[in-house]
Design a protein around this ligand. Structure first.
Ligand code: WT7
Length: 570
């Protein structure tokens, strides 16, 4: 398909080629107040700085769901996040403590999360759909000392089995079983809106801990520091193209990195009005949100666009979305036909962006000022060197597929995997390079083209799922002897989860058993971890050392040659 040319107009990144050669990250630092003092707090830079700059009355947050419609100014958020920070300090939260937020999207979630950061603690966002074992794994691994949650979600937190978890803050009316529990609203009311709420940090101090999945082992805690704000700020300018009077909507939940880096930091560091929609996806609701708030910049994901593409036409026809001026996507491959449809349906190019939980912020992107090649993720942002490496770590020429890698050392790069030095080092096995785990190629004009994952990580509806966590849970079911889990290509969701299982003696594979196993996974892990397909096998393909060979399962599923089988057990 041909290139889609940029529209004329004033974009924040006007001359990509020139910036790419001349830009260094230290150019950004004078923007922030810490440039002089040396001490930083990202929550201050998101909120208080704008209130101090005379923008206190500007709307910072526009929140809506079925029952609520609220707007909060920067000055109001300055006060409420101060109150939250005071609350956390009063209940004993110390600098560096991990404090989790586990609740549906609401203004309280955003206030709590920024309050945690203001108080100098490390915020741990948890997606509201997680069930008990998924919650336990994350709280245990991070040695979380506190969690903010709702009374409804409390039963999914095994707090009596988590000795480190000493403070539980409940958002909503509830009974308080014992003195570990606090009322969010009561404590907020009792806390001052000013005073020394903010803990001043070093830029390399911890800010946020996002759990994500790899192909082996438990979920890993990806640790980010305050310094990441440099890149959140600058990419929100260049790529989201945010300007002061924009109304910006990122559809991601803060349980995922997109929902924090670009649902909190990017827009607010730029002093922009940020829209948050609570509740679930529906085409009417989503277009209604754009119309209601006059959204100008919209950041979403391929699965959502594909769902909107297949929604009844009237959903779009009944809404006025003419306020939009810039549309973006992240999280999974953006199909060229979706880009084509976007031109027809919205009259806008959908700008694909590539990055990961570990990278903290965007790295390879399409810019409003540059031509788009549909199907390509775009080009590295200024300040970033990306390359395609061969198996020896050498850079490969254009059009050859290899490991997508980034020269290590960008501002928002993860600083560690929580308590797991070995896992952290795995990313850097070619000296000086961060190796993403994705395969890609680069063309002669410098555009990068995503090809797939190098490991068994599954990307279903833009959510990253580790097969190992599901396999481990499957074999906990009394009927299941062994399990192998793969991602199976799917038109709508990109991939779906498919499980191959063998059964223990005395069990037969029936539809009832299949449903029972699916319910088991849903109730223990989460809805998005459920294998939509389960296939029974007498035996699973294994290496001689007993490792289940997902690669062979995948080849069977796709009817492709299974490759080298020399390590397979007969
Ligand atoms: C993986 C990272 C940080 C955004 C949310 C996902 C895949 C991400 C793209 C894209 C094709 C993409 C990669 C990557 N991915 N963006 N534009 N095109 N694939 O973050 O959950 O850490 O997943 O998502 O495979 O490695 P994540």
């Amino acid at each position: 398909m041909d290139k889609l040319m940029p529209s004329a107009g004033d974009h924040q990144l006007q001359n990509y080629e020139q910036m790419r050669d001349s830009f260094t990250w230290s150019d950004v630092e004078p923007v922030f107040s810490w440039y002089k003092s040396g001490k930083v707090n990202a929550a201050y830079e998101c909120i208080d700085r704008h209130a101090a700059d005379g923008k206190g009355d500007q709307t910072a947050l526009l929140y809506s769901d079925k029952n609520r419609n609220e707007s909060h100014t920067f000055e109001e958020l300055r006060k409420s996040t101060n109150q939250a920070a005071h609350m956390f300090k009063k209940i004993g939260i110390q600098k560096g403590d991990r404090v989790f937020v586990f609740m549906p999207r609401s203004p309280e979630l955003y206030i709590a999360l920024l309050g945690i950061i203001k108080a100098g603690a490390v915020a741990g966002p948890l997606f509201e759909a997680f069930m008990k074992e998924a919650v336990r794994a994350r709280l245990e691994d991070s040695e979380a000392v506190s969690i903010v949650t709702t009374p409804e979600l409390l039963e999914r937190i095994p707090y009596d089995e988590l000795p480190d978890l000493k403070k539980i803050v409940l958002v909503g009316e509830s009974e308080y079983p014992d003195k570990r529990f606090y009322s969010f609203y009561d404590e907020m009311k009792a806390s001052p809106t000013d005073g020394n709420a903010i803990e001043w940090m070093d830029r390399e101090d911890g800010m946020i801990l996002h759990y994500t999945s790899g192909s082996t082992g438990k979920p890993k805690g990806v640790y980010h520091v305050h310094n990441a704000m440099i890149q959140h700020y600058q990419t929100a300018k260049w790529v989201l193209d945010l300007k002061e009077d924009d109304i910006y909507w990122c559809t991601a939940d803060p349980g995922w990195v997109t929902g924090t880096s670009y649902g909190i930091f990017g827009p607010w560091l730029n002093g922009v009005t940020n829209v948050v929609r609570g509740g679930r996806f529906s085409p009417e609701d989503w277009y209604g949100t754009i119309e209601q708030h006059g959204v100008t910049v919209w950041y979403s994901a391929p699965t959502a666009f594909r769902m909107l593409m297949s929604a009844p036409k009237h959903a779009l026809e009944n809404a006025d979305i003419s306020s939009l001026r810039h549309v973006l996507s992240v999280g999974e491959p953006l199909n060229p036909e979706v880009v084509r449809w976007g031109m027809e349906a919205y009259g806008h190019r959908i700008h694909d962006t590539w990055w990961m939980t570990e990278t903290g912020a965007m790295l390879i992107c399409n810019y409003p000022s540059e031509p788009i090649k549909p199907g390509s993720m775009g080009k590295p942002i200024p300040g970033i060197k990306a390359a395609i490496l061969d198996n020896q770590g050498n850079e490969m020429p254009p059009h050859e597929m290899g490991h997508l890698a980034i020269k290590s050392g960008w501002p928002s790069q993860m600083r560690s995997i929580w308590k797991n030095e070995a896992k952290f080092k795995d990313y850097f096995y070619f000296k000086g390079w961060y190796v993403s785990g994705d395969t890609a190629y680069r063309d002669e004009e410098g555009y990068f083209w995503f090809q797939g994952r190098n490991d068994d990580v599954i990307n279903t509806a833009g959510e990253r799922v580790g097969p190992f966590e599901i396999e481990s849970k499957l074999v906990e079911h009394p009927a299941v002897a062994e399990a192998g889990v793969i991602g199976k290509p799917d038109e709508l969701r990109g991939e779906i989860i498919k499980a191959f299982i063998s059964l223990n003696d005395g069990y037969t594979f029936t539809d009832e058993l299949k449903t029972e196993i699916q319910t088991f996974i849903k109730s223990e892990l989460s809805a998005h971890a459920v294998p939509r397909e389960i296939e029974f096998k007498k035996q699973l393909p294994k290496t001689r050392s007993g490792k289940i060979m997902r690669r062979v399962l995948k080849a069977w599923e796709l009817d492709e040659p299974a490759g080298d089988l020399s390590t397979m057990d007969d």
